[in-house]
Design a protein around this ligand. Structure first.
Ligand code: SAH
Ligand code: MG
Length: 218
């Protein structure tokens, strides 16, 4: 459940132009294999945001099947450095990147994003950082990659509302893991919103998206 009424979401989604067959294939694969890719409105919104920002160099934590990676690359024209720790996901991502012939624009790294990879360092700084890995680790990712943020960085953190479970953990029944996860996401959200060096807003659509910029003295 998300804050926007689902009828509104459906209405807005239906007005979006149809994605081409390649993206539909990835969406179907994600659905069948329960891969949590961006939803259609979230995808369209992030593409808009990256275009407004004129993003050139994006760092992504959590490639999955490269649905967001390829979407950004093809619709924004940016380069993307992306990290994935699950070998099956990584292989699927590689296949999809090759199918679109984007090997030159995407640096796909197989590894744990909690460990700094030299390719991430060598391709820095990043004008957009998309944090979409393990939801309990968002703060660790933020702090680990902070030295590689461009001065005018835009940080996007996905799934910060986690299907309504962060705002209202009482909807979680019989799962201590999910309860703990919702607490951790809440801790991240509170830390991010109170961070004196950044300004953030959490948007209650998709699965909750946090948009963060560096605070500048006015
Ligand atoms: N960005 C993708 C979805 C990513 S789903 C899209 O919107 O299309 C989250 C992915 O992050 C999963 O594939 C998971 O394996 C990966 N992940 C989680 N923790 C990670 C870590 N510490 N390092 C690298 N990948 C991680
Ligand atoms: Mg996500």
């Amino acid at each position: 459940m998300v804050a926007i009424d689902s009828k509104d979401s459906l209405y807005v989604e239906n007005l979006l132009p149809e994605n081409d067959i390649f993206y539909k294939k990835l969406e179907n694969f994600a659905k069948e294999n329960r891969v949590p890719i961006l939803d259609k409105i979230g995808r369209a919104y992030l593409i808009q945001l990256l275009n407004i920002k004129n993003a050139r160099n994006v760092l992504e934590i959590g490639t999955a099947i490269a649905y967001s990676t390829i979407s950004f690359c093809e619709n924004v024209g940016c380069k993307v450095v992306t990290i994935e720790r699950d070998i099956k996901m990584y292989e699927q991502a590689q296949k999809n990147i090759q199918e679109r012939n984007l090997q030159d624009k995407i640096v796909a790294i197989y590894g744990d994003a909690l460990e700094l990879d030299s390719r991430v360092v060598n391709n820095a700084p990043y004008d957009v950082v998309f944090i979409d890995g393990a939801k309990s680790q968002s703060r660790k990712f933020f702090e680990l990659y902070e030295p590689y943020f461009a001065d005018n960085v835009l940080v996007i953190t996905d799934n910060v509302l986690f299907k309504g479970m962060v705002a209202d953990p009482s909807i979680i029944k019989h799962s201590r893991d999910l309860k703990q996860l919702s607490r951790k996401i809440n801790n991240y959200n509170e830390w991010l919103m109170a961070n004196p060096n950044y300004t953030s807003v959490i948007l209650p659509f998709g699965d909750g998206i946090a948009i963060t910029t560096r605070k500048v003295k006015k």
